[in-house]
Design a protein around this ligand. Sequence first.
Ligand code: DO4
Ligand code: MG
Length: 291
Amino acid sequence: MKLAKVRLADGSIRLASVEDQQVRLLDLARSTSIRSLADILHSENPAATAQRLIDETSEPLPAGAVKFLAPIDSQEVWAAGVTYKRSQVARMEESESGASHYDKVYTAPRPEIFYKGNARRVSGPGEPVRVRYDSSWSVPEPEFTLVASPKGKLVGYTIGNDMSARDIEGENPLYLPQAKVYNQCCGLGPCILLADQPLDRDATKVKLSIHRGGREVFQGETHVGMIVRGFDELIGWLIRENDIPDGAFLLTGTGVVPPDDFSLEEGDSVSIEITGIGTLTNPVVKSAKPV
Ligand code: DO4
Ligand code: MG
């Protein structure tokens, strides 16, 4: 089952299940304990909880009749890095001083995990993602994203865009938080695929397409089977001495890296498609340097 947060034509925000381009609204008033997306995700059986809350009295809506929002409320967003060989190679090329760190972390028992933000920094489908005005080399990072409950249980999957300023990151590894965390630095959505069925990692493709002026200027593809780490392994490291009382999204790293002469520009459109989840598309904004 896929869970989404949607805005209806009357402006109200509702949770919904999505199947075959049909949206079925959930009625939270049917429950005394479920008040939010987090409550569904953190319940014993999220798929059964959502199914129970489907409002059978209302007609299914076509997906085009609602606006999909980022499927997040109180959760934190974290990201793992250098989990694909492609990312290890790209980081070593971009960073003279940091190359050996990227090399080591790819094979070390402890993965790279960093804080990416909260709902305030996240853009849902159709909302802008940002290139920092002080970066001249920025890229999207299309990432298969895990949804973890407060107990560290893997409850779902979604699409994440770990927007990254490669010049700032490459200049000095200590600048990583500034390269990764800023306004509108993360895309999430369009929905959460609940983890109630086993996932075929090799069959789960991650495709990135970037359009400029109506023309595709980059496209690349990988699959989740290329991630060098297990999902439970990554969540295990995330929650080690680090409580996530509201649950968390964990982006699992990028395996698609545009060529080194490519940087996003204002007006570009970034689309990330992941098998079984859908497509997350965001326009890119970049402000002029303030005077
Ligand atoms: O170490 C830099 C960040 C790595 C990253 O974000 C990725 O591999 O996706
Ligand atoms: Mg990344």
